[in-house]
Design a protein around this ligand. Sequence first.
Ligand code: IMP
Length: 426
Amino acid sequence: MPGTAILGAQWGDEGKGKITDMLASESDMVARFSGGDNAGHTVMVGEETFKLHLVPSGILYPNVMCVLGAGMVINPRSLLNELEDLSEKGIDVSARRLRLDGKAHLIFPYHIALDGASEFKLGSSAIGTTRRGIGPAYMDKAARRGIRAWDMLDITRFADRLRSEAQSRNIWLERVYDEKPLDVEAMVAEYSEYARRLAAYVDDVSVLLEQAYREGKKILYEGAQGVLLDIDHGTYPFVTSSFPTTGGILTGLGIGANRIDRVIGIVKAYQTRVGAGPMPTELKDAVGDVLVERGAEFGTTTGRRRRCGWLDLVALRYAVRLCGITELAITKLDVLTSLQPLKVCVAYRCGGRVLENFPSDTSILQACEPVYETVPGWTDDIRPMRSEAELPEPALAYLRMIEENCGAPVRIVSVGPKREQTIFRS
Ligand code: IMP
């Protein structure tokens, strides 16, 4: 099918990198549509490790074209650092391989400074952002004062706009947050140079995608973060500032709904979350520690320890509904090996009521207790298994339970970080 979307179906960090990388290698085009360098994944190719934050992993395959959509916020310095790093490792990162939509907004040092200052001021109520300036950049976009990639094509205008925005943000930093002002002229000089270097990449991604789709090319829409971090439908205010949902693909790339033929929801076999906000199945006990250690649950972008807990099917049913997920890929199933028994959250209990649907009021979610079903675990090492037939019956029953609860088939099961540690189900 020409248009395949990959979305994180939880709070991000579902292990999208590996599945995206596998599907990217079979695609003609890979498109990112939302977020910025708050995302991150590590891809291992042979002995080489690539840490990617903005550029889709499709860049590692010579015949794949990568595009960064209008819905993204781009830190020019991070993008250039990433491109330099890739180039040093022998990857062609010319404009032949990568394009940036002119409508994408840019992140500047004042966004990052404001992100940090705002988090500091919130104290114990902080969101726990990645401090990459994501929220303030989307704030500028919504306030209609953002600087976009198109603006990099006219350096004089770009410098004037940046100077004026930076000066006004310095007033905020000093008067609202009691922070030191940033050196505006140094910023203008540095970012004007970045603009010159990035200008060649600026294009109209919507046109490129439509052309590719009509030619029957395979397009992969690569999600970042996770559905539960969506600014509208996630656990607001403990969310990111973009749309990591199917809706976000459409607006973030400028394509029609009929250009998406398949939506794969990536689901970790258990639940994780970084940053603050409700997480009904969070485990603060030894089992939680086991999940952190075995699953290496530390963030790629910030190195923060992730909060871990049992799989939450209420949240997953919500993600499937919200995004029209047509199939699921379960990652890190091997991490659950030897945990006996396993628990899966099938509903919430709140104020004497049982809730089947994910509450849209975050304060209600905060008060929810998980209703668990206990299921048998398995002890066999599943990491060397390569087919469904080899999996132990409790592991298969676990997958069936997910399918029956969510109404979407599990097509891919990952049993380890390597590419070959993947089972495809019919
Ligand atoms: P921001 O996107 O940096 O503004 O952070 C807002 C919230 O989203 C915080 O709780 C972050 O931890 C979370 N977040 C942002 N990006 C990711 C991601 O790629 N994976 C997991 N959580 C993320």
